[in-house]
Design a protein around this ligand. Structure first.
Ligand SMILES: Cc1cc2nc3c(=O)[nH]c(=O)nc-3n(C[C@H](O)[C@H](O)[C@H](O)COP(=O)(O)OP(=O)(O)OC[C@H]3O[C@@H](n4cnc5c(N)ncnc54)[C@H](O)[C@@H]3O)c2cc1C
Length: 321
């Protein structure tokens, strides 16, 4: 994006979004759990549906590309950063409703797209509602959670989501039922959409349960995470999807790749499915590590490891010496 377009975009954004929620040339490492990635030309943090719609309209009027992120817990931003407008749907847009009883005995809770999945799972537990225990340790937003159909410990968003509302780049609001979301393993219909759709709200339907049992299950899942996953190091969780009938981490471990390092990125010695940025690596390090792991696992086991992490942005310009 050239400087003139950037200034025009900033001017338009400032008409509807508070100035402190608009950032120029901001390192994406601040917005991703991998703690790496080059700068976004412009990043906006809208706090209402109207602000999201006007950010989309501003970008469309200037033909500026739009990228959406939530908590950045499943994105790898290349070192050259992201051109155009990044819309960050996060803590500024994170309300969670009280439960509403449904005729079938379940209760519905609706969360804004930027609400933390962990906060939603905790709210459900507080109200004695079961079905979201699996999400109590997934560090993303509900928007990212439905986009990815996040899941763990036998549960996934697919099991509980009844309605997703999203805004299209032309400002239209579209409501999807759970079925229309076409959830599959780490897949939703939003990934197939030709235009980026911004999830603004997600409704889940949950059955009543025993609050103590629900909390105990969440504690147990989180204890397992602390024991088995390198949750204190920058990562994006499991870097690879689970190959059919196998576990990526087990295959990587069996190939002797735990501890394999490229620059500041390495294969976790605790859980080989986690590639961690433990020494302030670059996206280039991380991508090279992914490629090495994929190559060795393919050579030794014949299994193709597909990335779960969404790779966005541009490579850094080559340095000419
Ligand atoms: C330590 C750790 C543990 C993890 N454990 C798990 C796990 O157990 N199970 C699991 O499934 N995942 C896990 N993850 C991965 C990640 O938390 C999930 O994929 C999560 O759903 C991503 O949400 P996010 O808000 O961070 O999305 P981001 O990473 O910001 O974005 C991911 C994708 O979703 C899109 N997106 C985000 N928000 C929106 C929105 N509002 N509207 C439309 N599109 C949107 C983005 O464009 C991007 O393509 C883990 C990650 C970490 C770091």
């Amino acid at each position: 994006m050239n400087e003139q377009t950037r200034q025009q975009l900033l001017e338009k954004l400032r008409l509807s979004i508070p100035k402190k929620q608009i950032h120029e040339n901001v390192p994406m490492s601040r917005f991703t759990t991998l703690r790496l990635g080059g700068p976004a030309d412009v990043l906006a943090q809208p706090s209402t549906v109207e602000e999201i719609a006007s950010a989309l309209a501003a970008a469309a009027s200037l033909e500026v590309p739009v990228t959406i992120i939530g908590k950045g817990s499943n994105v790898l931003v290349r070192d050259g950063g992201v051109r155009g407008l990044v819309i960050h749907i996060g803590e500024h847009f994170a309300q969670i409703s009280d439960p509403v009883p449904l005729p079938d005995g379940r209760s519905a809770i609706t969360a804004q797209g930027g609400a933390a999945l962990i906060a939603l799972a905790n709210a459900a537990a507080e109200h004695g509602l079961q079905g979201l225990e699996f999400a109590g340790g997934i560090p993303g937003t509900v928007g990212g959670g439905v986009y990815m159909n996040a899941g763990a410990y036998g549960g996934e968003m697919k099991d509980v989501v009844t309605c997703v509302t999203a805004i299209a780049p032309d400002g239209r609001t579209i409501a999807y039922t759970g079925e229309e979301m076409q959830f599959g393993y780490r897949h939703s219909v939003l990934m197939d959409s030709a235009q980026p759709m911004i999830v603004t709200s997600v409704t889940v339907a949950l059955r009543p349960g025993d609050a103590d049992t629900i909390r105990a299950a969440m504690r147990e899942f989180n204890a397992r995470r602390r024991e088995k996953q390198p949750i204190t190091l920058p990562s994006c969780g499991s870097t690879f999807k689970r190959p059919t009938g196998q576990f990526a981490g087990t295959l990587i471990d069996q190939c002797g790749l735990k501890g394999l390092r490229v620059g500041g990125a390495s294969v976790s010695t605790l859980h080989a499915g986690f590639l961690v940025n433990d020494q302030e690596g670059t996206a280039a390090d991380y991508l090279a590590l992914i490629a090495q792991v994929q190559r060795v696992v393919l050579e030794k086991t014949g299994v193709v490891l597909e990335c779960e992490v969404r790779v966005i942005g541009e490579d850094a310009p080559a340095v000419v010496v």
